[in-house]
Design a protein around this ligand. Structure first.
Ligand code: FES
Length: 448
């Protein structure tokens, strides 16, 4: 059997003569000034998703610089390369249309180019799932680097952040509670820096899930985008990628059934986005695994919501970071976790939790004895409206609505809703149930 090729010798272009293929490859890369000595090192690919259209990834240049430093310090050769980048507000008709395209782009570029490990830089909603899907299929040692959350802003002394407050203020403006001048002021404050949305939306959910699954370095989920902590995480990620290449720690050793179970526990305990289920299902699918909705429902009954973050609670991601980030949460969840799950450090989740040491007093992550919500944030429903099953985010709903009888006021699609919802002639009362049809994958289109 031929020895497995590594580094720059990996995956040679097929000219029918391997020696010539390598000769040519080296000739071209030397055009960029590399020496033979540099080209002998293990290669770490760095997926660059920086884009002027994606402010959630606005720190990509600094992150890449730090990852490269980490790779070099650990004896590797960093090679950054672009893939497509998706931002929620800049993708028509919706970002969900592009998630699978991004996963294919990531997978194929990781597969086609010579690298022994890959650092995936992602953050905005669809990017982390797309990258984990692509990396899962490509199968090499892979490590996720989250771009990090944005800072919160301040509107007339009230703390604000995207995007729970975006809808809230827009609602006030539509209800004529605030005027055009004030809504323009709010517009300047909702996104106070580069980085991902500062509440527990899909981006923060996927960041926490990525760490829970062992796909980031410990503490990789929570540092805001513009902090020194985030840059240090990037340097550490680069160094870890070299170690993973050396150890052959491929992604299949990390994305195991235990990792997905931990992901579901964390999703439930953080009041995570329901989109998280859609993405977890897709990532698991790439590993030949299924997300069992029955199991999720069962876990939901025994997993309390512990994280006091908007929209289920009151804090923002930067507060979570100051409270110790995922280590604080995982410590509380410990009895419910699969501690034997492997992480990118080559140590198990349980070993990493031991290394993280004791916690400290804080008020962002509650104890299991004093939860935000006694059960998990998400429950699985079945019935004549959804024979195949449906997901409800019960932690964000008023408890008295959990069992409710009322008239259905139905909107056919988003346009119908936008046209009629503010109309004085709409026949609706507080006890009615608003139903919005055609908002799923086949609807709007692409579940906006
Ligand atoms: Fe990028 Fe919210 S729009 S994370």
């Amino acid at each position: 059997m031929k020895p497995k090729q590594t580094g720059l010798k990996k995956g040679l272009t097929n000219y029918g003569d391997q020696g010539f293929s390598l000769f040519l490859r080296k000739a071209f890369i030397k055009g960029a000034g590399y020496t033979d000595q540099a080209l002998e090192r293990p290669v770490v690919g760095i997926v660059n998703t920086g884009s002027s259209y994606n402010p959630c990834h606005g720190n990509a240049p600094q992150l890449i610089e730090a990852v490269k430093r980490g790779v070099m310090l650990a004896g590797g050769l960093p090679m950054d390369f672009p893939t497509i980048s998706i931002h929620e507000s800049f993708s028509a008709p919706t970002s969900m249309y592009l998630r699978n395209l991004m996963s294919m782009d990531t997978e194929e570029m990781v597969r086609a180019q010579p690298m022994d490990a890959v650092v995936l830089i992602g953050g905005c909603d669809k990017t982390v799932p797309a990258q984990l899907m692509g990396a899962a299929s490509a199968g090499i040692p892979s490590i996720q680097l989250i771009t990090g959350s944005m800072l919160t802003g301040s509107h007339r002394s009230e703390r604000v952040g995207a995007c729970t407050d975006c809808r809230r203020y827009w609602g006030k403006y539509r209800a004529e509670e605030i005027d055009a001048e004030e809504i323009a002021e709010v517009n300047n404050q909702l996104v106070a820096s580069v980085g991902t949305c500062s509440v527990m939306g899909t981006a923060s959910t996927m960041a926490c899930i990525a760490e829970a699954m062992g796909m980031t370095v410990p503490g990789g989920a929570s540092p805001p985008a513009v902090t020194a902590d985030r840059i240090r995480v990037a340097e550490e990620t680069g160094a870890q990628a070299v170690q993973m290449a050396h150890d052959g720690l491929t992604i299949d050793k990390i994305l195991t059934p235990a990792a997905f179970e931990n992901a579901m526990r964390v999703l439930l305990a953080i009041g995570g986005s329901t989109n998280g289920i859609v993405h977890l299902t897709a990532i698991a699918g790439r590993m030949g695994l299924e997300i069992d909705l029955e199991a999720l429902d069962r876990m939901g009954r025994e997993t309390p919501v512990l994280l006091d973050l908007k929209p289920s609670g009151k804090h923002y991601m930067e507060d979570f970071h100051h409270a110790g980030g995922m280590a604080t949460l995982l410590r509380e969840l410990k009895p419910l976790l699969r501690l034997e799950a492997m992480t990118v450090t080559g140590r198990t989740l349980g070993e990493e939790l031991e290394r993280a040491g004791d916690g400290f007093p804080q008020d962002v992550v509650r104890s299991a004895a004093n939860p935000i919500y006694p059960q998990g944030s998400i429950a699985v429903l079945r019935g004549n409206l959804a024979p195949g099953g449906a997901i409800i985010k019960q932690s964000a709903a008023d408890a008295r609505l959990m069992e409710h009888v009322g008239r259905a006021v139905v909107f056919e699609n988003v346009e119908d809703m936008a046209t009629r919802i503010d109309s004085d002639t709409l026949d609706v009362s507080a006890d009615d149930i608003l139903v919005l049809k055609n908002i799923g994958p086949k609807g709007a289109p692409g579940m906006p």
